[in-house]
Design a protein around this ligand. Structure first.
Ligand SMILES: Nc1ncnc2c1ncn2[C@@H]1O[C@H](COP(=O)(O)OP(=O)(O)OP(=O)(O)O)[C@@H](O)[C@H]1O
Ligand SMILES: CC(C)(CO)[C@@H](O)C(=O)NCCC(=O)O
Ligand SMILES: [K+]
Length: 254
């Protein structure tokens, strides 16, 4: 069994991969808010796991959480965590950034996974703490991408910068809002979906064919109803990419 971990700015995600010969299978994605530390219920669950052969981790979030995970994994199983970082090139996948180290490893892993799933022009939207948009061509060339605050961050920035009261809940409709709560809630979802549509259409023009739209991240299910193009939700995109890289011999040790 391989344990795959991804530390974001809000959440820690993990899954287990088991392989029967040539094919590897991922268990369902677990997601917990880390708040800068390791949640106790995670420890309780991991104690029930068999000893993993390898533990592979990617992170864009809190280094304190990563340090704590390193100690926990060593204490529970005597295993050293393998850290995965962005690479300029992985197989056919070539990232657009001039400085690859600055390209978020979660975005890179999503590109790797998307390319492995299907060699087709793809827009990848990751709706997490931040919302990221990346454009990938069928041949593995990354055109670049955009970053927005995520759903919660957009809503919180309005609360922080105005006198608008906190109103919980999701919008009943994604059209003209007629109260504050709906205006704020629908605004954040439609900001992400409108940019997705715009980039999808640009990509379609660029390649002259219908691209694929993959949606992932902790808010994928929330954002999906607002997306106005054919779209597939892939909860495990980043962790799939992590597995892809882990199964390649050259995963680096830290
Ligand atoms: N079980 C959960 N616990 C906490 N947040 C959740 C959960 N399920 C969904 N969410 C949503 O996930 C969002 C964060 O998404 P995600 O888990 O992809 O973030 P992240 O990986 O920390 O982000 P990033 O990669 O942008 O730093 C939050 O805005 C929250 O609304
Ligand atoms: C944008 C986030 C926060 C999304 O998780 C992450 O990928 C990150 O910290 N990236 C570094 C900046 C960049 O990708 O350009
Ligand atoms: K993430």
């Amino acid at each position: 069994m391989l344990l795959l971990l991804d530390v974001g700015n809000t959440n820690l995600c993990w899954t287990r991969a088991t392989s029967d010969g040539a094919t590897a299978r991922l268990s369902s994605v677990q997601r917990v808010r880390h708040g800068g530390a390791i949640p106790l219920d995670l420890l309780a669950e991991w104690e029930g796991y068999e000893v993993p052969e390898r533990v592979i981790l990617s992170h864009v979030g809190d280094p304190g959480v990563v340090a704590a995970l390193t100690r926990v994994v060593m204490a529970l199983w005597g295993v050293r965590i393998e850290f995965v970082r962005t690479r300029a090139r992985f197989g056919a996948v070539r990232i657009a950034y001039g400085e690859p180290a600055r390209f978020g490893v979660d975005r890179w892993l999503a590109l790797v996974a998307a390319h492995a799933l299907e060699q087709r022009a793809t827009l990848i939207v990751d709706a997490g703490s931040a919302a990221t948009f990346d454009l990938l061509l069928a041949d593995g060339r990354h055109l670049g991408g955009l970053i927005l605050p995520g759903v919660e961050m957009m809503r919180q920035s309005l609360l922080a910068g105005t006198q608008i009261p906190r109103i919980a809940g999701e919008p009943a409709e994604l059209t003209w809002a007629q109260d504050t709560g709906s205006a704020v809630a629908a605004g954040s979802l439609l900001a992400i979906s409108a940019l997705a549509s715009r980039l999808y259409d640009r990509l379609r023009e660029e390649v002259g064919a219908e691209p694929k739209l993959l949606l992932t991240g902790g808010d994928a299910e929330r954002v999906q109803p607002a997306i106005e193009r054919p779209c597939e939700v892939r909860e495990d995109l980043v962790l799939r990419g992590l597995l892809q890289v882990a199964l390649d011999e050259t995963a680096t040790l830290d």
